[in-house]
Design a protein around this ligand. Sequence first.
Ligand code: DLZ
Length: 157
Amino acid sequence: MAGILKTVLGKSKINLSKKKFAIVVAEWNEDITETLYQGAFDGLIQLGVKRTNIIRKNVPGTFELTLGALWMAEKKEIDAVICLGCVIQGDTPHFDYICQGVTYGITEVSIKTRKPVIFGVLTTLNKKQALERAGGKLGNKGEEAAVTAAKMLEIKP
Ligand code: DLZ
């Protein structure tokens, strides 16, 4: 178990057994985003979330995470949304547009719906950096996203 999850499990007071989470997953760079999904899913389970209270929604690419997140966050029964994607820099400025679009988009969904919408998007210069953050030497950012979602529900007024 990763350090961050252990720390949260040790301190957390919130009972997550009745909380419902949506995980929105981009299909671009699928090998990476599947690992992020596994990290987020396993993290939520270890934090006490019921398997049946985790709803997965796939979208084509990271750019579409915004609308996928909005669809999920607008559902009354969903308490928090986790967005997972991986954008790897190429030869054109496409990377910047996708990253900027999804960053603003997810922020807006969160503010509009007043629900935690977590930014679990890797924005890396190459595949090696992505692999390091998807179950590699730098942990699994999907698991960190799950912890962040749980923390936000804990501090929600
Ligand atoms: C087009 C595109 C490119 C070039 N690179 C990525 C990427 O690295 N990661 C990712 O998640 N999506 C990429 N996409 C697809 C866009 O997110 C989006 O699906 C398309 O531009 C269609 O709106």
